[in-house]
Write a protein that binds this ligand. Structure first.
Ligand code: PEP
Ligand code: MN
Length: 332
């Protein structure tokens, strides 16, 4: 349920109303907009007498929210959320390019890729240290050592780093990581989401391989319900019956999310297609569809990559994508 207050209400009056809601056992989320303040209510609102609430002099309107996601709902927070990572902002017209290899493989590799993608227009560096591989016999990532190398690359380039977590027990290793990624395979690892909800750190939440938008937003809700509102959604393709591409990029999810939620949404055209040649057209389409950013896999030598080489761009191909993205952004 949301209670929209009339413009210019004194903070004391808001406090009194909030106190009253809390006494009814409800959790309160306040969103201060340009004109109105919106009080979002979470919990059992059935005992609230809507007609009574509506006649309070400071109240403009009261609406019940039918969707199960509340904190992530645009009705709770009509303005776009902006997530800040150092000097970088994502959302509400702020666009960010995240680039880097699927996996951190060595110091030379990550430093070379980081330096190049930064020169070519990336704002943040990605790189997997803990890798969710289908086969236990494939390269599993450099783990803690991989995070240390990402931090070295951050020191060298100044770029914030994004890397994936697979288990809540690893959280201490991520202390200096700027953005923690929750991969597609862990989108519904609810215990992990709850732990990430206790942090004060941006979380990049990828869409699950076979999850719909409502389930994805409910996973964001898990993180936000714990108090961490810094969630960035990432569309990375879903599994369909199509076999020529690794996944099917659901670009309609971008404008749909914008309608349903205030959270920023970025697109990963690398995992969405699995094919390097398809990354550029899908990246440009994502920007045209209104994405707040892109996450693109870039390797210094894709043919030799230990993971996801077929979908990785080389740094020069990334430069071309970044230039074309800038042009599309000018148009829209
Ligand atoms: C990744 O970003 O390297 C990754 C494993 O992505 P996803 O979880 O989308 O498959
Ligand atoms: Mn990958």
């Amino acid at each position: 349920m949301i209670t929209v207050l009339k413009p210019g209400v004194a903070s004391e009056q808001i406090d009194n109303l909030v106190e009253w809601f809390e006494k009814q056992g409800l959790r309160v989320h306040i969103s201060e907009g340009e004109y109105n303040t919106i009080i979002g209510l979470i919990g059992d609102t059935t005992k609230i007498d809507v007609e009574l609430l509506q006649v309070i002099d400071i109240v403009e309107s009261v609406k019940r929210i039918s969707e199960p996601f509340k904190n992530a709902n645009r009705k709770f927070h009509p303005e776009d959320s902006v997530i800040e990572i150092g000097d970088i902002k994502i959302g509400n017209g702020n666009f960010a390019m995240i680039a880097g290899p699927c996996s951190v493989e060595s110091e030379e590799q990550i430093l070379e890729v980081a330096t190049k993608v930064k020169t070519y227009g990336a704002h943040m560096l990605r790189g997997g240290a803990f890798k969710p591989r289908t086969s236990p016999y494939d390269f599993q990532g450099m783990r803690g050592e991989g995070i240390d190398l990402l931090l070295k690359a951050k020191e060298k380039t100044g770029m914030p780093i994004v890397t994936e977590i697979m288990d809540a027990s690893h959280i201490p290793l991520f202390e200096d990581v700027d953005v923690i990624q929750v991969g597609a395979r862990n989108m519904q690892n609810f215990e992990l989401l709850k732990e990430l909800g206790k942090l004060d750190k941006p979380i990049l939440l990828k869409r699950g391989l076979a999850n719909n938008i409502k389930e994805w937003l409910m996973s964001a809700e898990y993180i936000m319900a714990g108090g961490n509102e810094k969630v960035i959604l990432c569309e990375r393709g879903i599994r369909t019956y199509e076999e020529y591409t690794r996944n099917t990029l659901d670009l309609s999810a971008v404008p749909m999310i914008k309608q349903l939620s205030h959270l920023p949404v970025i697109v990963d055209p690398s995992h969405a297609t699995g094919i390097a040649k398809l990354v550029k057209p899908m990246a440009l389409a994502a920007v045209a569809a209104g994405a707040d950013g892109l996450m693109i896999e870039v390797h210094n030598n894709p043919a030799k990559a230990l993971c996801d080489g077929a979908q990785s761009l080389n740094p020069e191909q990334f430069k071309d994508v970044a230039e074309k993205v800038a042009k599309i952004r000018q148009v829209i």
